[in-house]
Structure formats: structure tokens, C-alpha cells
Design a protein around this ligand. Sequence first.
Ligand code: UFG
Length: 338
Amino acid sequence: MGKVLITGGAGYIGSHVVKRLLERGIETIVLDNLQTGHREAVVGGTCVQGDIGDERILQEIFAGHEIDSVIHMAADCLVGDSTKAPLKYFNNNVNKSLRLLGEMVERRVNKMVFSSSAAVYGNPSRVPIEEDSPALPINPYGETKLIFEKILESCKIAHGLQYISLRYFNAAGADPDGLIGEDHHPETHLIPTVLKALLRKGRRVPIFGTDYDTPDGTCIRDYIHIVDIADAHILALEALHAGEGCDIFNLGNGNGFSVQQIIQATSQVTGRTIPVMESQRRPGDPPVLIASSEKIRKRLGWIPQYGKLEEIIDTAWRWHRTHPHGFRSSVLKKGVGG
Ligand code: UFG
């Protein structure tokens, strides 16, 4: 396999993908505007700071490196935020991504693994969700991911693009060796928010909605370990190189946990009581998202290594305890020590 360009490779999911690729001896180049990503999260390979919408940087990267495939992860990815700032989402996730695709077509780089999302399904009528369930997003973020999947399909027909779209469910956990983990500012995701509430006095975890039509009234999600997500990208790249054709796969564990269950499980893993407060529903949140992961297991041979919720929370907890200020923690530590 030749060099892989990873857009958004300094982000939470991207940095774990890069680490895994490097461990497999695959050469990487990251393009990340570092608005939400961290240079320190990129543990090796080349890292270029820049935007996927910047044609000059794209031209330089493709001209200067023998890139034979792209993992396209750069995106805005918060459901709630997308309901407040839809234009930002359509611009960054669709408009700017078109420039990346344009450059790929021009350079005849014809393999892409795309970071899609469970958000394309909207409010599914059946769970676990299979890939052929109707894609009817209920928030702008999901719309942008679905639109881009359609664009990829058109490019397949017109330009011979080979793509695999991975529809992620809820990414969580951290690399078990503790080098990298989740570091968002502000943090909005459930598991890190719960862990941060344990590390910062006076914080409470808001439970967004307790009146959903679910057994305990809180939303249910399918949490998947970040390393298992990373491994799926390697399998997807290998499938593209083997000429196995374009496809769309769910990436989840197939188990659903409610917000309340996550809080209970975190309490058990950490041995501490989680301070919570009931809050209003968050706009754009579907009540239940659980993946059927049968297709990726069968077709790509994907087997999750960290399928247990406790392992997911435990690796995240280790990262947060050792990096209470995220990637800035090591800088702050050095500063304190002189
Ligand atoms: N939640 C809370 N309190 C919080 C944070 C979250 O109650 O402080 C709830 C949310 O309302 C939701 C659940 O916990 O019901 C999970 O929320 P996250 O913000 O952790 O994740 P989302 O399900 O909103 O979204 C994530 C990714 C999306 C992806 C989606 C797919 O951010 O990119 O999973 O399921 F599309």
C-alpha cells in the first residue's frame, strides 16, 4: 500500500487511525487545519497544517507526495451544533470536500475511505439499523454526510472513484497505551463529559432529555471503541486495494446503552458517583441508534477487539486521568516542573 492522505488526521478519530496505520508500516500524511485537532495527537508521519478547502495546499500535497489513497475525515461533526450553524456544516463538510475530490480526480487518485455517520439514518423505524435502512437525516450534520455519500457514488460512475463509506456510530475510548485520546474544546460528547465531571469539582453532567420513548427515558446509542474504528479503516483500505468495489458499512458494536446506563457503568468503572442534572432535550437527537454490524463483519472480516462497554470507558478514563487538560497536560506538567 502506498502513502495515505488522512484529512482531519489530528482529530480524535483521525489520530487513532494514523497511529494504527503507522503501526502497520503504512506511510501517512495528515492534512488538518488544527481548529479542533492537535498536532501532538499525530504520533508520526507527515503533518501539514491546512484546510481541505485550500486548493493551493491540496495541489502541493498531491504534487509532493505519492499518495494512492485518501481517508477523508476532516469535518464538523456535532449534531447539536449543526442545528444551530447549518451553513458552516454544508460549507465545511460538502463544499470544501468537493475541492479535495476535484484534486483527487485530477491526479487520478481513485481510492477513498470516507467518514460517514449514523446520523444519516435520522430516526430509524427499525433497530438494529442495517445499511439499506432508509437514510432520512433529522439534522444538518447527517444531511451533509448523506449528500457527500451521493457525490461519491456519482464520482464512481463518472471518474472510476473507488470508495468505502463508514457510517460511524458513537466513537469512544482511547488508545490502550495511553499516548492519545479524546480532547475536544468544548467537550460535548457523553463519555468524556461524564469523566470530566469527575475530574473538575462543581461540574454536573446534563442528561439531555429523560422523556424519550426508551426504557429509562434517556437516549440510546451504540458506543464503539476508537481502536476498533481505526482497524476498520485499515480493512477498508485493504479492500479497496484488492479491488473489492465500493460499499457502505455501519461501524458500531450492535449494543445500545442509554445515557443513564453510561452514567452507571462509568460509576462502576471509576468507583465514583457521577454528579448529574436533568436537562432539556438537545435538538437533533434521535432517541435510539444501534447498528447492525453484520455487513462489515462478513464482508471485511472486522472483529471488534474492545467490544465491552467497561473497556471503552476504562481506556477513556485512563486517558482523562493522565491528561486532565488533554494534550496540553504534558506542556503544563513540564511548565510546573521548570
Ligand atoms: N448527552 C447527554 N449529556 C451530555 C452529552 C450527551 O445527555 O452532556 C446525550 C446526548 O443527548 C445523546 C447521547 O448522550 O443522546 C450521546 O451524545 P454524544 O454527544 O456523545 O453523541 P451523539 O450521539 O450526539 O453523536 C455522535 C457523534 C456524531 C455521530 C453520532 C452517531 O458526535 O458525529 O454519534 O450516533 F453522528
